[in-house]
Design a protein around this ligand. Structure first.
Ligand code: ATP
Ligand code: MG
Length: 211
């Protein structure tokens, strides 16, 4: 009898990617290698409810920056499911849509440990863990509040230490707004894209009358 074909192992990395940076890419690459993933799908969010306190760049810009950043890696792809659905993105919808498109694949949801802490408290958490294995990326020296593990099936969550990369999108936006370089924090093509489209413009401070 022929062997059962091995199920494809597919990573799903959701994010605002405003902009995508080398922290995201190193995390995805590390998880791909350690878990032997055939593909990692980057999924830029629609309008993220977690970030209602600031203006998020239009989804098409974030989608295109993600395409530019991942284009050279044959295992990296980008999905439009969250961008095209529109409105706030919930991880449960992302995973359901991706699972529907590839029902035979085994999914691994890749997320930073900070975001994982939030996921554990969501209402649909039980269903999330049925749809995917969760990989929480930590930095060396980071310790997770293990009380949270009482609520979730421990075998569905794996923590993985990523080489320290103190890069965040917030810091990249702030640096660009201050006129500081973001070369080598984000891929070259993304630096060029930000300049070409005038993303994260420098704020011209209103003159302070009390000064
Ligand atoms: P922001 O500063 O706007 O919150 P961010 O840098 O955290 O942006 P997101 O798009 O919010 O980027 O992150 C997408 C995913 O990547 C999240 O799961 C987040 O935890 C993870 N992540 C972000 N930065 C890093 C990094 N330097 N190393 C590993 N994972 C990261
Ligand atoms: Mg973040």
């Amino acid at each position: 009898m022929p062997d059962q074909p091995r199920r494809r192992r597919v990573g799903v990395m959701g994010g605002t990617f405003d902009p995508i940076h080398h922290g995201h890419l190193v995390a995805a690459s590390e998880v791909q290698g350690v878990f032997g993933l055939d593909e990692v799908i980057f999924v830029p969010t629609g309008a993220p409810w977690q970030k209602a306190d600031r203006d998020v760049s239009p989804p098409e810009h974030r989608y295109l920056m993600t395409v530019i950043a991942t284009a050279a890696n044959p295992r990296f792809t980008v999905s439009r499911v969250d961008v095209d659905r529109g409105g706030p993105t919930y991880t449960i919808d992302t995973l359901r849509d991706i699972k529907a498109a590839r029902p035979d694949d085994e999914l691994f949801f890749i997320t930073g440990a900070d975001a994982l802490t939030e996921i554990f408290t969501w209402r649909d958490a039980g269903q999330l863990f049925e749809l995917a294995q969760f990989i929480g990326c930590t930095r060396p020296g980071y310790t997770m509040d293990t009380d949270l593990f009482d609520e979730i099936p421990a075998e569905r969550v794996t923590m993985l230490e990523i080489p320290a990369l103190a890069i965040s999108s917030t810091d990249c936006r702030d640096r660009h707004r201050r006129g500081e370089p973001i070369w080598y924090l984000v891929p070259d093509g993304v630096v060029q894209y930000i300049g070409k489209h005038g993303l994260y413009p420098q704020h011209l401070e209103a003159p302070n009358s009390e000064a």
